[in-house]
Ligand binder design. Structure first.
Ligand code: FRU
Length: 477
């Protein structure tokens, strides 16, 4: 084993007791065994398995160094954490094997990632690098194939996402222009080794933040989707309230002219903790997305327990009525146990035996008869609750974590809202100790949030200010 990887695994072993003892460790979301996990990388299907690599600092809960950790799974539900595949130990990636993607070529799995290099004065160099494997587990680094950036851009140039059309490989790379605005660069190659700069992707988002991280371009049934994570977008009412955003525009990319004719920018997630998503297409032809369930530059409560962050569940993407819709992959149903079902009319506050917990899936359809506001309190305990509700007058769904438990990131606000116009709302909730993902009305909106309640806060209350019909299906996980 390479020395740096050995050092990382020793660190995992040393921190194991402390990390595993923490109540807020998750039961079905992916986490790093110690230290910090951030972006999903190289999400791919190779040799009969899903491969999901991740940005990993094994040593500390900060971004000082980055390895590529490695999860594999046959079904997107039970995952194995293998040895890391990339360690920052070469001259071209010594300050971090940064984000990137993976693609199969001639029977090999190829990783395409950014080597981050900083000198003593903080000056940055960026190398887009390759690593190859014949078995999906052991990778050989091939070094840089794109050195630094084209003219007109700064060295904030990273996160190559590769795909193939016909015989040609294309890649989008996140960039910052010399005038400190964000952009994405388009490249092509016949062999993955020699890359041609085709130009900046022309959009009508000329002045949209100072850096675009983690771009991704793909098609769903012939319709183009461009996902990216712009930094530096100021809040605008209910939108853009997190430190950085992740979102998409719909539109087809003209690969010859590097032009994207697109619609408006939508945030992918309306919650607090979602960033740097990456997608892949699987053997079944599904477009599946995983994101980092966290954000940079925000302090999270588990950092002093030797670990921080997690990934979201895999979500299948579809375009419905001009909007990207996200649903948990079908396979998540495999985790369901202890089914409970209730259907009735409520008014006021209601609890039910068997409907409680800290690790569950619940589908709750609520329909107003007379009610103006209805919803659910989750993780209810002494002085704690996390509220999800819909207000018909306001026509908005709200997620309120102001009383969820340990407070963090308060400076970015404690509620998130998004507009929905309907007298009937389905909250599809995945609760996992300190992570919650809520799919509203069949994935038309999604809220992802970390919460840090007390272990004893496991109550669930259904609330309605007047008469409402509710139908609940719940499973423990
Ligand atoms: C996004 C990001 C990427 C970079 C990586 C480093 O969260 O900043 O742009 O490659 O994380 O870990």
């Amino acid at each position: 084993m390479f020395s740096l990887i050995k050092k990382a695994m020793d660190e995992v072993e040393n921190k194991k007791n402390m990390v595993e003892k923490d109540y807020h460790r998750l039961s079905y979301h992916l986490m790093a065994p110690s230290g910090l996990i951030n972006d999903p990388n190289g999400f791919s299907y190779y040799d009969g398995k899903y491969h999901l690599f991740y940005q990993w600092n094994p040593f500390e809960c900060n971004h000082s160094t980055k390895f590529w950790g490695h999860f594999t799974s046959k079904d997107l539900v039970s995952w194995e954490n293998l040895l890391p595949v990339l360690a920052p130990e070469d001259w071209y990636d010594k300050n971090g094997c940064y984000s990137g993607s993976a693609i199969e070529k001639d029977g090999q799995l190829i990783l395409f990632y950014t080597g981050n290099v900083k000198d003593d004065y903080g000056n940055r160099e960026s190398y887009q690098c390759l690593a190859i494997s014949d078995n999906g587990e052991d990778f050989e680094k091939l070094g840089p194939v794109i050195v630094n950036q084209p003219e007109g851009y700064t060295r904030h140039f990273r996160d190559p996402k590769v795909w193939k059309e016909g015989e040609v490989y294309y890649a989008v790379i996140g960039a910052q222009r010399d005038n400190l605005t964000g952009a994405a660069a388009l490249y092509s190659s016949g062999d993955m080794k020699n890359w041609n700069f085709l130009g900046e992707i022309k959009t009508n988002l000329e002045n949209f933040g100072y850096m675009w991280e983690c771009p991704d371009y793909f098609k769903i049934k012939g319709e183009g989707v461009f996902i990216f994570s712009p930094q530096g977008i100021p809040p605008e009412g209910d939108r853009y309230n997190n430190i950085y955003q992740s979102g998409y525009v719909l539109g087809n990319l003209d690969l010859e002219k590097a032009t994207l004719n697109h619609g408006v920018f939508h945030e992918l997630d309306r919650g607090f903790d979602f960033y740097a998503p990456q997608t892949m297409i699987d053997e079944k032809g599904r477009r599946i997305m995983v994101a980092w369930g966290g954000l940079p530059e925000v302090t999270y409560p588990t950092e002093d327990k030797g670990w921080v962050h997690c990934l979201t569940m895999p979500r299948e993407l579809e375009i419905i009525d001009g909007k990207l819709v996200q649903r948990p992959v079908e396979e998540m149903k495999k985790l369901r146990r202890d089914f409970v079902q209730i259907e009735e009319r409520i008014s006021g506050k209601k609890t039910y035996p068997g409907i409680e917990g800290d690790s569950f899936e619940m589908i709750c359809r609520m329909k107003s008869i007379e009610a103006g506001e209805f919803g659910i309190n989750l993780r209810v305990g002494k002085n704690e609750k996390t509220t999800l509700k819909y207000n018909r007058l306001e026509k908005k769904v709200t997620l309120d974590r102001s009383n969820s438990g340990e407070i963090f990131a308060e400076e970015y606000g404690t509620t998130r809202k998004c507009p929905i116009d309907s007298s009937e709302i389905t909250f599809h909730i995945f609760m996992d100790k300190s992570m919650i993902e809520v799919f509203i009305n069949n994935g038309r909106e999604v809220f992802t949030a970390r919460i840090f309640p007390d272990e004893k806060s496991q109550g669930i209350e259904f609330i309605s200010d007047s008469e409402a019909e509710i139908s609940i299906k719940k499973w423990n996980i």
